[in-house]
Design a protein. Structure first.
Length: 225
């Protein structure tokens, strides 16, 4: 039976569609609930598990739009579930931790070594210092930064800032914070055709709005001097 095709404009809710992913879903939900540090405000359960805007749901939506194989879609979604689990142990360079965690758990859920290796490579590709190579790696990276081209971009950026503050990092300098955000979003690119179609236009609008915000902040600071 052919898989259902999903328009990029649709926001389908995702629920695990294989027996293995049902086990992954249950494990990740319990993991985030029981072990995620309170100071993590952005890379939390909502970021991964929101039924339409979480990385799992977005990865599924892009996978269907890009018409990848059913097997690759399952591996992609497994990677999406695990991609931020490293934050439970360490904030910086958490991707290798998440990849190791996925390796240990997925082995118990009957994923084969070759499947686990592919999932781990997807997780590692979400490191912003890396460039995704394969179609599934590109889909996961697009899903992870889906919010850059959404209307809740500034809300998510605010949560990220609060999370840094909760870790004791000084983020009080508004100009410095938004300059860093601007650098990130202007260097970013979506890789898949469906994601470019759906998110690029709004991302450019967010960039313009961010530049205006930053300009106002700088003028206000200059007026205080």
């Amino acid at each position: 039976m052919a898989e259902k095709r999903v328009s990029p404009k649709m926001k389908p809710k995702y629920s695990p569609h294989t027996s293995r992913l049902k086990k992954v879903d249950q494990y990740i939900r319990e993991l985030f609930k029981d072990e995620l540090p309170a100071g993590i405000k952005y890379h939390n359960a909502e970021h991964t598990l929101h039924p339409t805007r979480g990385v799992v749901a977005v990865a599924n939506r892009i996978a269907l739009a890009e018409k990848i194989s059913g097997h690759d879609r399952e591996l992609l979604i497994a990677a999406a579930y695990f991609h931020d689990t490293g934050y439970i142990r360490e904030y910086d360079k958490n991707e290798p931790i998440a990849a190791r965690m996925a390796g240990r758990i997925l082995k118990l859920i009957d994923y084969k070594p070759a499947e686990i290796k592919k999932i781990q490579k997807m997780i590692l590709a979400t490191d912003l210092a890396r460039k995704p190579q394969t179609p599934v790696e590109k889909i996961l990276c697009d899903a992870d930064l889906d919010h850059l081209g959404r209307d809740d971009f500034f809300q998510k950026d605010g949560k990220l800032r609060k999370g840094r503050s909760a870790r004791g990092i000084d983020v009080s300098d508004e100009a410095k914070w938004y300059t860093g955000t601007l650098n990130l979003i202007t260097k970013h690119k979506y890789y898949t055709k469906s994601q470019i179609l759906l998110r690029e236009e709004k991302k450019q609008k967010n960039i313009k709005q961010l530049k205006k915000k930053l300009s106002k902040i700088k003028k206000r600071e200059q007026g205080r001097r």
